[in-house]
Ligand binder design. Structure first.
Ligand code: PEP
Length: 263
């Protein structure tokens, strides 16, 4: 029996490859995945390593596939003496159409602040790259009952000063840090509660219309076995998938989970 949900948009499932795959490996992946997506009911995008963006974008065009290629980070400056950094316009010219910003691995391993992430969000928007902004609490913060406060602070600081028009370009990803790469997925109820909170926060800052249209992805140990229970939730509009996006067959199995859900 198909499950029913009142979804506002086609879901968007994004693979975050982190520091995995060369350009050639990205192309092999795309050759396997692309033909499977012809009838897809789900929008698909892949955040690949910088060095794979150009080849992956060319491969997508060659295969005439409907897969957006993006980056996993960028610097907030237009250009300059920042050894090892990458600017938005470089990503754009390589073929990226979106960029993940504020991923918990950037916040926690590379100590990026919400203030810095806010500058990057603004820069990405200026350059025409769609940001996927990640926010999420650590396990300790959840245990201490601080989830709501953390999400509120990260959301407001990372999106500070954005206009309603700019907010329409934003994709939000709720990624509880304790669920990323751990195999410990949030229960659908937990995830739905956090997504609803995020939508309410956006409604109070930018209005109900912006909040209703906002696409909010869940990320954290998504697998084919748990994807359907998450996607059926009213406020979950997509998934951000790390480890399980590295094999085309597994990633495709996740995409297929939406098929049993009636909009
Ligand atoms: C991620 O990297 O955004 C992520 C959610 O990773 P994983 O699916 O491996 O937990």
């Amino acid at each position: 029996m198909p499950r029913t949900t009142k979804k506002i948009a086609r879901p968007l499932v994004t693979g975050n490859w982190k520091m995995y795959k060369t350009g050639e490996e990205a192309c092999q992946f795309l050759e396997t995945l692309a033909p499977l997506l012809e009838e897809s009911q789900v929008d698909v995008s892949l955040a690949v390593p910088y060095t794979a963006i150009s080849l992956a974008a060319q491969k997508v065009a060659e295969l005439n596939a409907s897969i957006a290629i993006g980056a996993q980070n960028m610097n907030d400056a237009s250009e300059g003496a920042f050894t090892g950094e990458v600017a938005a316009r470089m990503l754009k010219s390589a073929g990226a159409t979106f960029v993940i910003l504020g991923h918990s691995e950037r916040r926690h391993i590379f100590h990026e602040t919400s203030d810095f992430i806010n500058k990057k969000v603004k820069k990405a928007l200026q350059e025409g790259l769609q940001p996927i902004l990640c926010i999420g609490e650590t396990g300790e913060e959840r245990e201490n009952g601080e989830t709501e406060e953390i999400l509120k602070t990260q959301l407001h600081e990372s999106l500070q000063d954005l206009s309603k028009e700019e907010m329409k370009q934003i994709i939000l990803a709720y990624e509880p840090v304790w669920a990323i790469g751990t195999g410990e997925v949030a229960t659908p109820e937990m995830a739905e509660e956090a997504h609803l909170l995020c939508r309410e926060l956006v409604a109070s800052g930018w209005g109900k219309r912006v909040a209703k249209a906002l696409l909010i992805q869940y990320g954290g140990s998504v697998k084919p076995e748990n994807a359907a229970d998450l996607l059926v939730q009213e406020n979950i509009n997509g998934l951000l998938v790390g480890g399980a996006s590295l094999q085309p067959e597994t990633f495709y199995e996740i995409l297929q989970q939406y098929e049993g859900i009636t909009v």
